[in-house]
Design a protein around this ligand. Structure first.
Ligand code: IMP
Ligand code: MG
Length: 180
């Protein structure tokens, strides 16, 4: 079974505008405060790097990364989350903002929120670019959100299909072909 690109769901222009809006929301929320931005590798890298550059200058921003892997195939989440790379920094007493590319079942994010809350931060909030609402299995509070999207597998702007297509400037849907 092969995969091929289908059509553009969100253009780079739309992404740029929405990222700017979310960045101003976040800037207002954390006005003048310290903020540890935690990106979830690798999908959130493009979103995070665009987002933090749009923050107002009064925010005292540091950046850290975590890598997780969920056991499963390339298009489905199994629900079991393994920490592949943990944070380099201590988050005790800090405001933490988890930045993730997409929330699907919610299993990855709910696990991460729980894990980071155990480290006594001042606050933990979640910023996600894409939300596949129909697929939610566990509730996870999304404090800042880019777009709600239908139940379609998407790639681009950091999102991948078996490692490919992260570099696309737009968010695109993927088709599965029986006989590639
Ligand atoms: P969840 O734990 O089911 O919410 O899955 C979240 C993770 O699944 C994301 O971090 C992505 O890595 C991956 N994922 C879910 N849907 C898509 C998609 O449409 N395209 C690319 N990755 C996806
Ligand atoms: Mg991911």
């Amino acid at each position: 079974m092969g995969y091929s690109l289908s059509s553009t769901l969100i253009s780079s222009d739309e992404l740029k505008k929405r990222v700017r809006d979310i960045a101003s929301e976040i800037s207002r929320e954390y006005h003048g405060q310290e903020l540890v931005v935690v990106g979830i590798l690798k999908g959130a890298v493009f979103f995070l790097s665009d987002l933090v550059r749009e923050f107002t200058q009064d925010l005292k921003v540091t950046i850290d990364f975590m890598a997780v892997s969920s056991y499963g195939d390339s298009t489905k989440t199994s629900g079991i989350v393994r920490i592949v790379k943990d944070l380099d920094t201590h988050i005790g007493g800090k405001n933490v903002l988890i930045v993730e590319d997409i929330v699907d079942t919610g299993l990855t994010l709910s696990y991460l929120v729980k894990l980071l809350k155990e480290r006594s931060p001042r606050s933990v909030r979640v910023c996600v670019l894409l939300d596949k609402t129909e697929r939610r299995v566990v509730e996870v509070p999304l404090d800042f959100k880019g777009f709600e999207i239908p139940d379609r597998f998407v790639v681009g702007y950091g999102l991948d299909c078996a490692g490919l297509w992260r570099n696309l400037p737009d968010i695109m849907t993927v088709d599965q072909e029986e006989n590639p």
